[in-house]
Ligand binder design. Structure first.
Ligand code: NAG
Ligand code: NAG
Ligand code: CU
Length: 175
């Protein structure tokens, strides 16, 4: 596959990533009985988006669990546990991502959230993406386009996003 195509897909994918702070200004807590279910339902999560859990790490944590564990607030075998108090998680696959706080009683009191990345939704391109050509015009394209991409410090992350983005396209076309 052409590196120019890669660069175009990469630009489109990275341009569309959003960062969501779970609970907005409330953050990740039991105080105030924040409705995380309602919060998540109002969002439009997409592949490549980032969710951030911000909390006091002395009192809370974040565990990713299965659906059954989520429903039962079962903390015995989480898929992942985050404890920094400022945890950024990139959504790299479709479907439901179940998280709760593993401190005893907190999940039961509502500190749990279901982040769903819909299976078939594709983000609408932004006006700037529509304005730029989808197919690079000619081989006369300056080689600096690729050099600039390769030099970026976040190339690894962007490449991962790009691969997902391409997978996305293939997936959508098959369905
Ligand atoms: C909690 O989850 C574990 C692993 O998924 C399971 O073996 C255990 O039976 C569950 N405990 C309860 C009380 O549901
Ligand atoms: C969490 O991290 C982000 C970026 O990594 C930073 O902008 C933000 O200020 C941090 N929040 C706290 C409470 O440390
Ligand atoms: Cu907690």
């Amino acid at each position: 596959m052409s590196w120019l195509l890669v660069a175009v897909a990469l630009a489109a994918a990275s341009a569309s990533a959003e960062v969501y702070k779970v609970g907005d200004s409330t953050g990740w807590t039991t105080l105030g009985n924040f409705n995380y279910k309602q919060w998540a339902a109002a969002k439009n999560f997409r592949l490549g988006d980032i969710i951030v859990f911000e909390y006091n790490a002395q009192f809370h944590n974040v565990m990713q669990v299965t659906h059954a564990e989520y429903r039962a607030c079962n903390t015995t075998s989480p898929k992942a546990t985050y404890t920094t108090g400022n945890d950024s998680i990139t959504l790299t696959r479709r479907g439901h991502h179940y998280y709760f706080c593993g401190v005893p009683g907190h999940c039961q009191s509502g500190q749990k959230v279901d982040i769903n990345v819909p299976r078939l939704a594709v983000r609408a391109p932004s006006p700037s993406e529509l304005a730029s050509p989808m197919v690079p015009a000619t081989p006369a394209n300056p080689p600096s386009t690729n050099a600039g991409v390769a030099a970026s410090p976040t190339t690894g992350v962007l490449l991962a996003t790009m691969v997902l983005f391409l997978g996305d396209l293939l997936f959508s076309h098959r369905s």
